[in-house]
Each structure stands twice: as structure tokens, then as C-alpha cells.
Design a protein around this ligand. Structure first.
Ligand code: 13P
Length: 247
């Protein structure tokens, strides 16, 4: 897997009729990057089947921490893997808020995902109030140290910094804010994993689009993006992949 990662999070968007968008993205993945789309769970299997043999990887948006069992409505990491997923987003702020996911839940999910052979895309990020209070760096470091430890497989890990105030708002963090936070994340990871931390892809997420992508990818310690709204169509996502390949 190339360290440069263009990942799309479709969230709760997308029907069977939208699978041709995934076909078009798969047909346009530039060399030198890893491209990944995480559609809703019900589209993982058809998306993986349609993109088999292409450079596009498919991922899930969450998984349960248990391998199997009496958990009505839940999806295990093994099920995602079995459906053709290579990765899973974990700890997204929307799930922390809507489903009350705790750091301990996320730690257990990361372990389950990696045991199943999935790359864990671990999301962190502060609220606007936390940033305004001057606690953004400490908050994100706390999220990392609460969910990761030296037993995690650094080879199967990416960290996505998604400031909550930048998600779906059209507001992006500035290059200065992104560079400061990504350096801090890298240093925090080095405290856990040592030199291996250099190899962990760090993604920025929050209103990334074709217009701002190049500026974001030019920031030190930014290895790619986790894109929401602009990943839903090939027309919007392809230029982001191209900007990453050119960075
Ligand atoms: P937007 O790109 O729509 O702001 O979403 C970012 C995000 O939450 C990706 O996980």
C-alpha cells in the first residue's frame, strides 16, 4: 500500500444506483497513491466485487469489537473482510457523538479490525470549543494515547485528523493548524511506536475538496485525506486523487 492515501467516507449516503461512481473512481486511480472508498455497509460487497482487479480499495465505516455473537444489527471486522474490504474507519466523531463510542470502544474495535486483516483508519479531532479553549493538541494526544498502545500493529494503522468544526461545514483548518497538529500527532505516535511512527499515514479530513486539496497535501506530515462530501462523485473525487499524486 502506498503511503499517500486518498480515502472517501460516504457516510450514510449511496444506493446501488451510485455504484457506477465507484467504477469511475476505480478507473481513474493515479499511480503512486492508494485510493480507498468506504461506502455504506450494504454496498461494501458489491463495490468490492466491481472493483476487484482495479487499484481502488474498499473499506467499511465501523465494525463491532467482537469477532461474532449475539449483537443484533452489528457487523464484525471479519464480515467486512469477507465482503472484500481492506480497511475500516474507526472512531469517527459522528460515531463518538451519535453512538457514544468511547476511547475504550475504539481501542477494542481497532484490535478486532487488525486481527481480521483490516487497516484501521483511526479518527481523532477536537470540537470548536476545545480549540477555542486552547486544548486542541492535548485533546488529540489524549484520544491517541487512550485508543492506541504498542500492541497495535503500526503497519495496519492510519490516523485521520478531522477537526469536528471542519466536517461538512466548508471550513477547513489552515495549513498552519494542520501542520502543527500533524507534527504533534506524529510525535505522539513516536512515543508509542518509536521509529515506525514515521511510516503511519496521517490523513487530514474536514471539507477537503478539489480546490483546497493541493494546499493541504503540501503540509508537512500530511500523507493524504479522508474526504466526506467530495468523495460521493467521481467528478469531485478524481481531482483530489490527482492532487495527491502530484504532491
Ligand atoms: P467532509 O469532507 O464532508 O467535511 O467530511 C469529512 C469527514 O468526516 C470524513 O470522514
Amino acid at each position: 500500500m502506498a503511503k499517500k492515501i486518498a480515502a472517501g467516507n460516504w457516510k450514510m449516503n449511496g444506493l446501488m444506483g451510485d455504484l457506477p461512481q465507484i467504477d469511475a473512481i476505480a478507473a481513474a486511480v493515479p499511480t503512486g497513491i492508494t485510493a480507498l472508498i468506504c461506502p455504506p455497509a450494504l454496498l461494501v460487497a458489491p463495490a468490492a466485487a466491481r472493483t476487484a482487479g482495479t487499484a481502488l480499495r474498499i473499506g467499511g465505516q465501523t465494525c463491532h469489537s467482537a469477532a461474532k455473537g449475539a449483537h443484533t444489527g452489528e457487523i464484525s471486522a471479519n464480515m467486512l473482510r469477507d465482503a472484500g474490504a481492506d480497511a475500516v474507519i474507526l472512531g469517527h466523531s459522528e460515531r463518538r457523538q451519535d453512538q457514544g463510542e468511547t476511547d475504550a470502544d475504539i481501542a477494542a474495535k481497532i484490535s478486532a479490525a487488525q486481527s481480521a486483516g483490516l487497516q484501521a483508519i483511526f479518527c481523532v479531532g477536537e470540537s470548536e470549543a476545545t480549540r477555542d479553549a486552547g486544548h486542541a493538541l492535548a485533546h488529540v494526544a489524549d484520544q491517541i494515547t487512550a485508543a492506541l498502545n504498542a500492541n497495535c500493529d503500526a503497519q495496519q494503522l492510519m490516523v485521520a485528523y478531522e477537526p469536528i468544526w471542519a466536517i461538512g461545514t466548508g471550513k477547513t483548518a489552515t495549513p498552519v493548524q494542520i501542520s502543527e497538529m500533524h507534527a504533534h500527532i506524529r510525535a505522539t505516535l513516536a512515543g508509542i511506536f518509536g521509529d515506525t511512527a514515521q511510516d503511519i499515514p496521517l490523513l487530514y479530513g474536514g471539507s477537503v475538496n478539489a480546490t483546497n486539496a493541493a494546499e493541504i497535501f503540501a503540509c508537512p506530515n500530511v500523507d493524504g485525506a479522508l474526504v466526506g462530501g467530495a468523495s460521493l462523485t467521481a467528478d469531485n473525487f478524481i481531482p483530489i486523487m490527482q492532487a495527491l499524486a502530484a504532491a
